[in-house]
Design a protein around this ligand. Structure first.
Ligand code: SF4
Length: 291
């Protein structure tokens, strides 16, 4: 006997050692032009009995894992009562779990009132991962993200006011070569307005079968090269003011690993990027970049 997993399971890098509790399958949006994560997996809310059986399994077999991640795509879209029941059962049967986190998107956050988000936090939801990708409205519309910068800011701020920690993912290269710096500046501005605890910057890797990959093949989308991505990263960090947060670009897809605490590491990080652009710091070889 094992936990019930349907389709491919994705989780943020920082949840590598977490109990992965699949409460939904797929992504309720599933229309971003760069993403094929859930293309084979339709969105469903899994039966409550299946989820409860998984928690009972974890109670017996996952006693050394102190974190739990609710997957898939945007599990926050579930009805409030279902999330509360799940959180309560986790607290009851897995009392050693110190942190429960979830994937969320702007729409699923904004469907909840601030009071509902507070209620989720009080029942144990500690952290949400939000895919911003870009703060530039033109880019968000082009990739069919399903939310504009204003909605993203509202969603991020609502979560923060409710006391749920926020981890935001942004995607370097998503605006292509021509709009790269606009994307960087606008994304920095949205991150500043949200003021999350964590920012994770990934570099775009075109996935065959996605509309964006097709655009690239047809010549209508031209992603920046390694140096362009570095300039974009520098511009984004330059325009990001966090009161106290981490800005990481250390995902396997990135050419130059960055782990910065903002605001204190900002200048040193920008200097490192400037040196990398001048060729004084070596970049990761293309073949060793991973999704
Ligand atoms: S919302 Fe996230 S998981 Fe869903 S299609 Fe967009 S990038 Fe993929």
């Amino acid at each position: 006997m094992a936990m019930d997993y349907r389709g491919d399971i994705f989780r943020p890098p920082s949840e590598a050692h977490s109990i992965l509790l699949q409460v939904t399958t797929g992504c309720s949006h599933n229309r971003c032009t760069f993403c094929d994560m859930y293309s084979q997996s339709p969105f469903t809310i899994k039966p409550e009995a299946t989820v409860m059986a998984d928690i009972a399994f974890a109670a017996l077999h996952c006693r050394r894992q102190s974190r739990l991640f609710l997957c898939d795509g945007d599990a926050l879209i579930m009805p409030q009562q279902r999330i509360l029941t799940t959180l309560d059962r986790i607290a009851e049967q897995l009392p050693w779990v110190e942190r429960v986190s979830i994937y969320a998107n702007a729409r699923s956050i904004l469907r909840k009132s601030e009071a509902q988000l507070v209620e989720l936090r009080e029942h144990g939801l500690a952290l949400a991962y939000l895919g911003l990708e870009s703060g530039d409205d033109q880019t968000l519309a082009a990739v069919n993200k399903g939310a504009d910068a204003r909605a993203m800011i509202q969603a991020g701020q609502r979560l923060r006011r409710a006391g749920i920690k926020l981890s935001v993912t942004v995607l370097l290269g998503l605006a292509g070569r021509e709009r790269s710096l606009e994307h960087a500046r606008a994304t920095g501005a949205v991150l500043t307005a949200m003021d999350p605890e964590y920012v994770g910057a990934l570099s775009l890797m075109l996935t065959p079968g996605t509309p964006l990959h097709d655009d690239h093949r047809k010549g209508s989308f031209d992603p920046p090269g390694p140096l362009g991505l570095l300039r974009e990263l520098g511009e984004m960090i330059e325009h990001t003011e966090l009161s106290s947060g981490y800005f990481h670009a250390n995902h396997a897809s990135n050419y130059l690993p960055i782990k910065a605490r903002l605001p204190e590491d900002k200048e040193a990080t920008l200097e490192l990027i400037r040196k990398a652009i001048k060729g004084e710091v070596s970049l990761k070889h293309e073949a060793s970049r991973l999704f």
